[in-house]
Design a protein around this ligand. Sequence first.
Ligand code: AMP
Length: 424
Amino acid sequence: MKKIKFEDLELIPSILKALKEENYKEPTAIQAEAIPLILDKKDVLGSAQTGTGKTAAFAIPIIQHLTKENISHKKKILALIVTPTRELAIQIGESFSTYGKYTEVKNTVIFGGVPQKSQTTALKHGVDVLIATPGRLLDLINQRYISLKDVKYFVLDEADRMLDMGFIHDIKKIITKLPKERQSLFFSATIPKNILSLAHKILNNPQKVSVDPVSSTAETIKQFLYKTNKSNKIELLLHILTNNEIKQVLLFSKTKYGADKIVRKLKKEKIKCAAIHGNKSQNQRQKALKAFKDGEIRVLVATDIAARGIDIDKLRYVINYDIPNESETYVHRIGRCGRAGDEGISISICEPEENKFIKDIEKLINQKIQVVNDNPFPQTDKPMNAKEKKEFEKQKQQRKQEFFANRNKKKVEVGVRRTKRKLS
Ligand code: AMP
């Protein structure tokens, strides 16, 4: 079959020039399918995860529409992209700027967790494309900084993650504020029933475009598995990192607390690293991401939500420090490496209690993950039986209660000391 080129997609010269500068040789599958439909003003229901090139699949035709219609500089928001996380929003904004570099199309990005002043200033100057996370968008609509009445192009990005993060009511509210006459594009990595019903509320006679379903992990990713005991995980991680070929790695931790703990341990071993998760400020997160992209740190430790959609060019390694109980999360995680055709390597570290999750994952991806036998910390413990699990949970609960009781006691002691000092 003849390979499709960007030139075949009837793109305007200014966009082709930008793509050439980016060194994009040919459209990815989702781009080849979706761009002609979107240029043809069809609504699109796209099933594609990050890493497939889906941002360009919607950004390029929107920039082309806006340029052809010659409607920039009217200080009206003509295209709205709603996406779940700030990191994604920033990346989408960067994509619009890159592909629209030689056009007049202006974009701005708004998200929560930072003061709104610079965002409202940018809005006042006028933008054509607004990229937003749901909460801040509604907030600024309520404060009358934003009106959606002129939106002609609407994109709902990462819809499944949006629902996972509890944004369904926000999304429904946003939809009520959009004009009925519009072109809508809806992207989701997975399309279960609840997503489909949301899609039907938004789209009008949509064309379906599907690439890389979530169960088929990118063929270019080599997957390895180390089985170990819970108590040996950090030692095993340090052993894995003695491999100098791992120049940079994105490491996933299930919890924020766990992520911080890993960072502390790695720093002790003089391994340059940083964590990004929901408890870090926007500034800290962006700083860490930049340091990682600039090659200043070797290990970026992230929780699933913080890492969602993070786009790091040429990332080769992903480590799963724990095994997610949702198999689809595993597929999302390892999809961070080996993007757009590059080779990627994923390494998973599995403790006995996680053995069952590996089985679920292997069922979903329909392949066995290769176990590494050259492992100085092999798994010798067995998963707990029901009785042991109950006892473990009981002890965990007790430890938690003791921790909080001690903390409260300390607070009271400090309070008493302060009062005494004041009185003396
Ligand atoms: P996305 O799925 O939108 O997160 O994009 C994943 C990565 O693929 C980004 O780093 C893009 O810059 C890159 N990319 C998108 N389209 C192409 C293309 N046609 N050729 C090469 N790289 C691309």
